[in-house]
Design a protein around this ligand. Structure first.
Ligand SMILES: [Zn+2]
Length: 492
């Protein structure tokens, strides 16, 4: 009797894992087949930053053979900057072109020449669930950030633009320009009184609407530390006074820390907005200093991108300002020296914008589209490509099988354009890693001898994108295959 009982217990113990409560039902197997990467777009705009401004900053900081951070992105192209009429652009028309993919007339913010509002990449990113942010060292309602989230007939309608930026619920707004957020007579954290004639206190309204409001570096750091999802930071009455505090690099880092909490990804535009101001003043020293401060912000963005997968980084400019010229021989221009002591000289041909093409540098998904010479609307095209068709790896194959079966898995890289993987690396539990050739489609077969749950991971590598897809597989005997051997085993 005792023996029979023991056998019974033994049988129950043996059979329990093989005969779950619902033996006939398909087991619960995680069917992870698709890994859609979050979409991360990081757009840097150096306002007024032509090629000479970049070169002057490079010579001053790292010499004639050195490289700035913005020189290290692998894909390079050119942008034509003229407005819809073929005129020399202003920042409003150029930013509208980059934000919406449509050229317009000077002064227009997010509007066609006839006043029709144009949908922006920031709004499209928001509609997809991405977090969005705008960072600049100019006033928040200045033309370049404005064109990404506001729609006005004039860039100078800054009270209206400030109101629209908040109404658009841009998650991160870091800039100067406190004045445009406060009513006339009201002083905030900076000495000049507010300029709003409608009596509205937009800062109070923002706090009411769940924004964390900050006005200095300490407050911004604190907002980041507590994980505030929506931050309005205004660090000056107008543009940030030089030296900019917080620096553009610090603002960029904090914006990234806030925005990267969103699992779907983010869109962030960072403007080095005062390069243009220094160029209008034909002040080469400030132009170089501001271009280097902008480059430090780019470096912060590249550090972030290096720690993630699939972040599109674009560095460009809206137009050149000042017709800046560089010379290695003394032509009577403003004199500077390279780190090795080599002198160079800066002269100017205008105090206004020019129609020179500007550089665009890019890395990450779809960045190969940046190569070549394009209109400035192409920046929108590039960002929209990532937003609408993020690269995805789809891994198909059985989720349940028997030990010893030869199992074939299929891999699809979508969309099948531009940046196809050069190879796929398959790693699976208990298997030697396998490399297959790239392209839009690949396949591989595996055989596992034992029951259990296995993980198959495939990594696709392109110069621009790294994608990973993972799939779980359960191998088990069908119940009657196992039943008989166990019954025979019991009494022995
Ligand atoms: Zn300008």
């Amino acid at each position: 009797m005792k023996v029979i009982l023991r056998i019974g217990v033994l049988l129950v113990l043996c059979l329990a894992p093989v005969f779950p409560a619902h033996a006939g039902k398909a087991p619960e197997v995680p069917l992870t087949t698709v890994t859609a990467a979050p979409v991360r777009i990081l757009l840097f705009i150096g306002d007024g930053m032509g090629t000479a401004q970049r070169t002057a900053a490079q010579w001053a900081a790292v010499g004639i053979n050195g490289r700035l951070a913005m020189d290290t992105l692998p894909i390079n192209g050119w942008l034509r900057t003229s407005n819809i009429l073929g005129e020399v652009t202003d920042s409003a028309a150029a930013a509208t072109a980059m934000a919406t993919g449509a050229k317009t007339t000077n002064g227009k913010i997010g509007q066609a020449p006839d006043g029709t509002p144009l949908s922006t990449i920031l709004e499209q990113a928001q509609a997809r669930g991405l977090a969005v942010g705008l960072v600049t060292n100019t006033p928040m309602a200045h033309a370049t950030p404005a064109a990404f989230a506001a729609h006005t007939g004039s860039r100078y309608a800054m009270a209206e633009i400030a109101q629209q930026l908040l109404a658009a619920r841009v998650d991160v707004l870091l800039a100067g320009g406190e004045n445009a957020f406060l009513p006339q007579g009201a002083t905030g954290h900076y000495p000049e009184p507010g300029t709003r004639t409608d009596g509205r206190d937009l800062i109070a309204e923002a706090v009411q609407a769940d924004y964390t409001y900050v006005w200095d570096a300490v407050g911004l750091q604190a907002a980041v530390s507590v994980g505030a999802p929506r931050v309005l930071g205004l660090f000056a009455d107008e543009g940030l006074p030089r030296p900019h505090v917080p620096t553009l690099a610090a603002l960029t880092e904090h914006a990234l820390a806030i925005l990267s909490n969103r699992p779907e990804g983010f869109f962030l535009m960072v403007e080095g907005g005062q390069i243009d101001w220094a160029c209008h003043a034909n002040d080469a020293a400030l132009t170089i200093a501001d271009t280097l401060a902008f480059d430090a912000a780019v470096a912060a963005g590249l550090r972030y991108a290096a720690g993630t997968e699939n972040t599109l980084v674009i560095v460009t400019s809206d137009h050149e300002t000042g017709g800046m010229l560089l010379s290695l021989s003394n032509n009577g221009g403003q004199a500077f020296t390279m780190p090795d002591g080599t002198p160079f000289y800066v002269t100017w041909t205008t105090d206004d914008h020019t129609d020179a093409n500007v550089l665009v540098n890019a890395q990450g998904p779809w960045s190969s589209l940046a190569a070549g010479i394009h209109e400035n609307t192409h920046i929108y095209t590039l960002m929209a490509a990532v937003l609408t068709t993020p690269p995805t790896l789809i891994l198909d194959g059985p989720a349940l099988a028997y030990p010893g079966e030869n199992l074939t898995f299929e891999l699809h890289f979508e969309p099948a354009t531009a940046i196809l993987p050069t190879s796929y690396l398959w790693t699976a539990t208990g298997q030697t890693p396998l490399t297959t050739s790239g392209g839009a489609y690949s396949t591989a077969s595996f055989t596992w001898p034992l029951t259990g749950t296995y993980t198959l991971t495939v990594t696709a590598q392109t110069p621009e994108v790294t994608l990973t897809a993972r799939r779980f597989l359960m191998l088990r005997y069908h119940w009657h295959t196992l039943y008989l051997p166990l019954i025979q085993k019991g009494p022995s």
